[in-house]
Design a protein around this ligand. Structure first.
Ligand code: ADP
Length: 230
């Protein structure tokens, strides 16, 4: 369970305080697929940064499973982050590593033995349909393929939650659709998905919960929501 309770986040900017989030409350149950939508600057990334502990709220409480996110010691923060996989608009793959090595890196960082790495990485690449690209470098792959490697990397430590921050931002509609289908499949297998996007078409074809943000406030929170622009 993820809980945001009365969360506000202010940033100092040119001597003024800007409220990036203004008294935001919501709950996300295990295995939900939730989209955060809103225009650029609405507060989507701020929610993600607060959830992963990258930023601290000015006010309010944030719970991730058994962790009280605002009260964690550094070591507990690292423990918590092992339950979260992240995917970004710009993929964040290591350019000098192959697809296999990019995915393996996440396991090496967690101190897993080579035998396990050699077993798990091919499985993860197979799940995203990229077995044939194991030895390819990011520069040899399309945007859609790079994002699938990033998804394999995010899934490799078997996280409870995948956070996808504008994952289709650099992709054409066909590749975007493939990435969303993959996230739906991962969700069906039991992983919670939090998808931040301003891609209207993606949202309107999903029929999943949508939390709409405007100027740091939740203006709608609907099951089978749509992306409504005014
Ligand atoms: P979104 O992800 O929906 O585009 P953000 O959460 O990035 O929105 O931003 C919300 C608001 O907070 C924006 O007005 C943005 O300019 C501001 N903001 C975000 N990060 C910072 C920061 N590090 N310093 C100052 N202002 C910030």
């Amino acid at each position: 369970m993820i809980i945001f309770q009365g969360v506000s986040k202010g940033y100092k900017s040119n001597g003024h305080e800007l409220l990036a989030l203004d008294n935001v409350s919501f709950k996300i149950n295990p295995k939900e697929f939730v989209s955060l939508v809103g225009k650029s600057g609405a507060g989507k990334s701020t929610i993600i940064k607060l959830l992963t502990g990258e930023e601290e709220p000015t006010k309010g409480r944030i719970i991730f499973g058994s962790y009280d996110v605002t009260k964690l010691k550094t070591s507990e923060m690292y423990q918590m982050r092992r339950h979260i996989g992240t995917i970004f608009q710009d993929f964040k793959l290591l350019p000098e590593k192959t697809a296999f090595e990019n995915v393996a890196f996440a396991l090496e960082a967690a101190g897993r033995p080579e035998s396990e790495i050699n077993e798990l990485v091919p499985k993860a690449l197979d799940m995203v349909g990229l077995s044939s690209k194991e030895k390819n470098f990011p520069r040899e792959m399309s945007g859609g393929e790079k994002q699938r490697v990033a998804i394999a990397r995010a899934m490799i430590n078997n996280p409870d939650v995948i956070i996808a921050d504008e994952p289709t931002g650099n992709l054409d509609p066909i590749n975007s659709n493939d990435i969303i289908k993959l996230l739906l499949k991962i969700n069906e297998l039991g992983t919670t998905i939090i998808l931040a996007t301003h891609n209207k078409d993606v949202i309107n074809n999903l029929s999943k919960r949508v939390i709409s943000l405007e100027s740091g406030q939740i203006i709608r929170d609907e099951e089978e929501g749509k992306y409504i622009l005014f």
